[in-house]
Design a protein around this ligand. Structure first.
Ligand code: NAD
Length: 498
């Protein structure tokens, strides 16, 4: 074991006060590589107090100065991108190119946040009534609590804190206890960029820390990304406590393949989006909906590609897919595969027996493919979050649309076709937040916003992009009359424009 990880409060590492600890593993070997402290309520209170104390000065710091710090942070992050990707890869197990992609997507949001002076421009209307002007400005909400999942240890925190901070808020981040080090690395970089103490704090922990953030009266807003049951609970408790909450949950993303599609293109896309990051992406494709005669022609193409996939530890340059995050999660994924076999789906490729030489203790499951999956089966109903691709066969395009629209999740979806009319109909009729047309993982760029519908997002704001700016600010509207040559006298009627 090489290290004990610290909290980060008031611009410094904070050690030695947590009574409980968790283990961080190298998922490729199954060995413990670090210990992570689990914050008590009192430690959370210290972090919130630091954020609260830093808020007035940060809110009042000129936009120009705030933006200069963001630009410096962006520069340092660009320089350190390889180092950060290596940290992500080591604790998560995803391959280095995958981790580099994650860092790049996070960097995009920092670049968006560097536009704060433009993004925070208000609105102004003159002479809305005689002698009266109207202006609307957006002000920061205060202390923002950010709670993030294990699967994007750098990118998901970067979806949140750069925009919250650019808007003049201060932040307490609680990253996943399974992949905690990327958040501390980001906090150190931001501090080097000149961020004042207390503006960005990181506390590690589990449910105890999250519950305290939700209950703390000085936390004004919560950004959460994680599984649906936790997202729902966070949303209910946070809003019940009077906070604004955006809580992004799980997913079951379907990819429709129509008979006219180029099936080699579709097969490449399904394999990349199904098995990339071992399926541990909220935008992973987990269901391929094969319309008409597609399955007969597509399945051999998928099998051929699966046979060539190289699974291994992240430090193997040939590896295209790494292990799962934990022993428990691997066992859960294997149990799903068992249930698919028991319920009568056709197991085309079985990843359960995969052995990676020299890594017997690693949390590996190989790429797994099921055909003839039915909507009542567990493998269809649950979020497996592993390298398991399910093919559902339907006769008609309309059945495929109904299938997607009946699903309780609605994060992303994709269609593969060369028929523009079908693609347009899909785009208009599908009840999902993010849609790809011949694009399997349609994650919007940093200057748009990311968010699903239904049980993939609780709250009314998507994350980052313009929706992020709105979430982290509240509007203040100022009605001004400076010059009024007419004495109006007392008027108890409701104000109206004249
Ligand atoms: P998770 O819900 O287990 O954990 C997320 C965060 O919540 C972690 O910081 C964790 O410590 C905390 N947490 C866990 N259980 C809690 C509880 N009972 N009470 C309070 N806090 C709790 O999720 P995970 O396993 O880390 O991540 C995988 C999940 O995240 C998948 O469901 C995936 O789809 C989802 N995800 C969604 C998006 C999206 O944008 N919609 C993005 C990435 C991941």
């Amino acid at each position: 074991m090489d290290t004990t990880i610290s909290h980060w409060i008031n611009g410094k590492p904070q050690d030695g006060q947590s009574a409980r600890f968790g283990s961080v593993f190298d998922p490729a070997s199954g060995t413990e590589i670090a210990r992570v402290p689990f914050a008590s309520s009192a430690e959370v209170d210290r972090a919130v107090a630091a954020a609260r104390a830093a808020f007035p000065a940060w809110r009042d710091k000129s936009l120009t100065r705030r933006t200069q710090i963001l630009f410096r942070f962006r520069g340092l992050l660009e320089e350190a991108r390889e180092e950060l990707a290596a940290i992500v890869s080591r604790q998560h197990g995803k391959t280095l190119p995958d981790a580099q992609g994650e860092v790049q997507r996070g960097l995009e949001v920092v670049e968006f946040a560097c536009g704060a002076p433009h993004l925070l421009k208000g609105e102004n209307s003159q002479q809305v009534s005689t002698g009266v002007d109207l202006a609307s400005v957006r002000e920061p909400v205060g202390v923002v609590g950010c709670i993030t999942p294990f699967n994007f240890p750098a990118m998901v925190p970067l979806w949140m804190f750069p925009i919250a901070i650019a808007c003049g808020n201060t932040v307490v981040l609680k990253p996943s206890e399974k992949t905690p080090s990327a958040a501390i690395f980001l906090a150190e970089l931001f501090s080097k960029a000149g961020l004042p103490e207390g503006v960005f704090n990181v506390i590690h922990g589990d449910r105890v820390a999250v519950e305290r953030i939700l209950d703390h009266p000085d936390v004004a807003a919560i950004s959460f990304v994680g599984s649906t049951p936790v997202a729902r609970a966070i949303s209910e408790k946070g809003t019940g406590n009077g906070k604004r909450v955006q809580a992004l949950g799980g997913a079951k993303n379907h990819m429709l393949v129509l008979p006219d599609a180029d099936l080699d293109v579709a097969a490449d896309a399904a394999i990349s989006a199904g098995y990339g990051s071992a399926g541990e992406r909220c935008m992973a494709i987990s269901v391929v909906v094969a319309v008409g005669d597609v399955a007969e022609r597509l399945i051999p193409r998928l099998e051929e590609r699966i046979a060539k996939l190289h699974v291994g530890p992240a430090d193997d340059p040939a590896a295209e897919m790494g292990p799962l995050i934990s022993r428990e999660h691997r066992d859960r994924v294997v149990a799903y595969i068992d249930s698919g076999v028991e319920e009568g789906a056709t197991l085309v490729a079985d990843g359960r027996g995969l052995r990676v030489p020299g890594h017997a203790g690693g949390f590996f499951v190989g790429p797994t493919l099921f055909d003839h999956v039915e909507p009542h089966m567990h493998i269809y109903r649950g979020e497996i979050f592993g390298p398991v691709l399910c093919v559902v066969r339907v006769e008609q395009f309309t059945e495929a649309i109904d299938l997607v629209n009946r699903n309780r999740w609605a994060n992303g979806t994709a269609i593969f076709t060369n028929d523009g009319g079908a693609a347009r109909r899909f785009q208009r009729e599908i009840q999902v937040g993010m849609i790809g047309i011949n694009v399997p993982i349609p994650v919007p760029l940093g200057f748009y916003s990311f968010g699903g519908w239904k049980e993939s997002l609780f709250g009314s704001h998507s994350i980052y992009g313009p929706e992020g700016v709105h979430f982290y600010t509240r509007p203040k509207v100022v009605t001004t009359r400076w010059v009024d040559p007419v004495h109006r006298g007392v008027d108890l009627g409701f104000p109206r424009a004249e």
